[in-house]
Design a protein around this ligand. Structure first.
Ligand code: ATR
Length: 291
């Protein structure tokens, strides 16, 4: 890690070298809102890594062709975002163990023999943000996860690795939660229930992995399930506090935050996988927060 102030963005020029720089990209649909190009440009400046990082809009049926063309043209690494994480996993011949468990990848690279490798860095990003930036370890705590879709699958393994006292996954559709519990059986004890099963329970940390925030909605949470002074973490990030973050504040959370820190931390994990260099994340998180 290089410990010095970040240069201002405008002092770092790709110049005429641009097309020759190692090319990385994020593929998604939509992708115009993605902060990844800005985040990776900041990492590149700070670590003096000469890379180019772009956002690529990929047609819904076009991921396989786009990935093959990208690496065929010499691309060095890809991030994959909604709605392609599961499909990207299926394209990988060599997924990491944590990607295999999650059934999803957000980071891809191609070895010299043309084989696609993949990893999922979302869960590591969440845990790093909680521990490194908010001093909130999960060991010995009671953790409630809301949702049973791709977002929860991406973070559940790393959460279990932190050895919480209990992990409960609650989902609107119980059968999806049961599937999740079955798939993660080997990694630790995960209790599953629907929202009616939360009455009378109490948790130290509640992580919202539903897509409800994207629609400006709040999952049907009963009052009183968050320990006073507990933590609420929304995997979604937004300019204004999400309905879940607002709920956490009303319930007396000492920490109620969205997923901006996780976004930057998972990007740093990807950067490290590709470049072998770990960038500083805090200045980037702070800059994005201010913006
Ligand atoms: P992602 O990849 O973002 O996780 P997903 O796989 O479609 O997206 O999963 C969305 C999750 O949010 C699911 O757990 C979904 O619950 P269901 O399995 O019942 O569909 C949950 N979800 C979406 N909107 C919700 C809402 N308004 N209240 C509660 N849960 C919601």
């Amino acid at each position: 890690m290089i410990d010095r102030p970040l240069p201002a963005p405008e002092t770092y020029h790709w110049g005429r070298l641009g097309p020759c720089l190692d090319h990385y990209a994020v593929m998604g649909n939509p992708v115009g809102h993605s902060l990844s190009p800005e985040i990776h440009a900041a990492f590149a400046r700070e670590t003096d890594q000469p890379i180019r990082y772009t956002a690529e809009l990929v047609p819904l049926e076009g991921l396989a062709a786009a990935v093959t063309a990208f690496f065929g043209a010499g691309g060095k690494g890809l991030n994959v975002t909604l709605p392609f994480k599961q499909e990207a996993f299926r394209l990988c011949r060599r997924p990491s163990e944590r990607a295999r468990v999650a059934g999803a990848v957000n980071t891809l690279w191609c070895s010299s023999d043309g084989v696609f490798h993949g990893d999922t860095t979302d869960g590591a990003g969440l845990v790093r943000d909680l521990i490194g930036n908010h001093d909130t370890g999960l060991a010995g705590l009671r953790v409630l996860l809301l949702g049973a879709g791709g977002a929860v699958r991406g973070v559940l393994g790393p959460i279990l690795e932190e050895r919480p006292a209990a992990v409960v996954c609650v989902n609107r559709t119980l059968s999806n939660a049961l599937d999740l519990g079955r798939d993660f059986q080997g990694l630790g004890l995960v209790e599953v229930c629907d929202f009616s099963g939360l009455a009378g329970r109490e948790f130290d940390v509640i992580v919202n992995g539903t897509s409800a925030s994207l629609a400006g909605r709040l999952p049907p949470l009963p009052d009183g399930i968050l320990r006073k002074g507990g933590c609420c973490y929304d995997l979604v990030y937004a300019r204004l506090p999400t309905p879940f973050v607002q709920w956490g504040m009303r319930q007396g959370a000492s920490l109620a935050i969205d997923g901006l820190g996780m976004l930057v931390e998972q990007a740093a994990e990807s950067f490290f996988l590709w470049r072998g260099v770990r960038p500083r994340t805090r200045p980037v998180i702070e800059r994005l927060r201010r913006a």
